[in-house]
Design a binder for this molecule. Structure first.
Ligand SMILES: [Zn+2]
Length: 403
């Protein structure tokens, strides 16, 4: 961490103080091995004093992303933007060289008239007016203080994305030339997602670093996107169908149109997971009951056999051991398992033929499917006496040889 204050004292000029914090790769999260590729220093005069920006440019050795390794705190940036731009400044009023028709056309291809639209970084609300005139229900947020500008319908000023509270979710969220300015792009996109309904569309325009690297370097840009990095970032944030267009509303731009993944799908998968976990617990409870039944049926001379060196068989073995029985056998029909040691089953897995048919056997059937056919097999093997219980408690049978 470095402080601009310290640098200011050295140069003798008044500089707005801030703390610059180092950060990990905004795309892949790599924190070590970042390769330093250059430094840039800017002193930016604003109506409230001088701001010093000192960028330490690095490249991520893992994903190749080029970004500034150190960023000022959010508060500094919010105040900086309020002091450097005003709604009347030429920078925030969209210059004629920015093609708002391109923006509108792009939106019209993925949204319907009447859709709820949120523009993040709406500056003086100029594009909001175009959107509303075209039949959309658009509102915008911007950290700029609107006290100097004309109030624009639908423009909520003085709000950064974190503190903005919307009454509803939006069909589309738009953002032009904001993402390269933020100190934590991944967090910023997550914040954006809070305002988007599932399957809603994000349209994000940033400078194209591959085609216009020179234009990407200024004091306000903390990361430089290629198509690939933009796509990966959106994908990591839960977007699907991420499309990148090399034509933006400004000559150096590129536009991402991405659809937010179905959150209900995530919920559904989570419910499958919970159901799966619950049924595993239920099966284990049943195996425990089957083990107790088997133990009650087994005299001290009788042989307890777990049939099936499966996950179920392992659980049956675990429960037998916890009941103090370690003198049981495990058999399996599978050649791949016979002769193997399967922890915690004592001894190697045996072939069913290895059992002594003159002894009384207590079988716990632990085949995932096909306990019925195992029962048939046991019947055919003509044990002198056998008691069979399946791990799901659905089979309970006392067998004795016909002889
Ligand atoms: Zn990386």
């Amino acid at each position: 961490m470095t402080k601009t204050e310290d640098i200011a004292h050295k140069s003798g000029e008044f500089i707005k103080p801030t703390t610059w914090m180092s950060r990990d790769c905004p795309i892949c999260g790599a924190s070590s091995g970042l390769v330093r590729i250059g430094e840039r220093t800017y002193q930016v005069p604003t109506r409230a004093g001088n701001y010093l920006f000192h960028h330490q440019d690095v490249q991520c050795p893992y994903c190749g992303f080029v970004f500034t390794a150190n960023v000022p705190d959010e508060e500094f940036l919010n105040i900086y933007y309020q002091n450097v731009h005003t709604h009347r400044s030429e920078i925030t009023h969209i210059p004629p060289s920015y093609n708002t028709h391109v923006r509108l056309n792009r939106l019209q291809q993925s949204a319907c008239i009447g859709d709820q639209i949120l523009e993040i970084g709406a500056s003086d609300g100029q594009f909001l007016q175009i959107l509303n005139k075209a039949g959309f229900n658009a509102i915008g947020v911007d950290p700029l203080d609107d006290s100097e500008g004309r109030p624009t319908a639908g423009l909520v000023s003085g709000k950064d994305l974190k503190s903005f509270v919307a009454k509803q979710k939006f069909d589309a969220v738009l953002s032009y030339y904001v993402l390269e300015h933020v100190s934590n792009p991944r967090q910023w996109i997550s914040d954006l997602c809070r305002f988007l309904r599932p399957r809603g569309t994000a349209i994000i325009e940033v400078p194209n670093f591959e085609r216009y690297p020179t234009e990407c370097f200024n004091n306000e840009h903390f990361q430089h996107f290629t198509k690939t990095h933009l796509k990966v970032l959106l994908g990591l944030c839960g977007f699907e169908e991420v499309r990148i267009f090399e034509e933006g509303s400004y000559y150096f731009g590129m536009t991402t149109v991405a659809r937010l993944g179905e959150r209900s799908q995530l919920e559904t998968c989570l419910s499958y997971y919970r159901r799966g976990i619950e049924s595993v617990a239920a099966i284990n409870t049943k195996i425990g009951e089957a083990v107790l039944v088997a133990l009650r049926a087994a005299g001290s001379e009788d042989r307890i056999v777990v049939w099936g060196a499966s996950q179920l068989g392992i659980e049956a073995a675990r429960q037998l051991l916890s009941q103090g029985r370690s003198d049981f056998l495990c058999v399996d029909n599978a050649a791949s398992k016979i002769g193997r040691v399967v922890v915690p089953i004592p001894g190697a897995v045996l072939a069913p033929d290895a059992l002594n048919r003159d002894q009384k056997h207590i079988f716990i059937l632990c085949a995932y499917s096909g306990n019925a056919s195992v029962l048939k097999q046991i019947r055919g093997m003509s044990f002198r006496s056998a008691y069979v219980i399946s791990s799901d408690l659905e089979i309970r049978e006392e067998l004795s040889a016909l002889a």
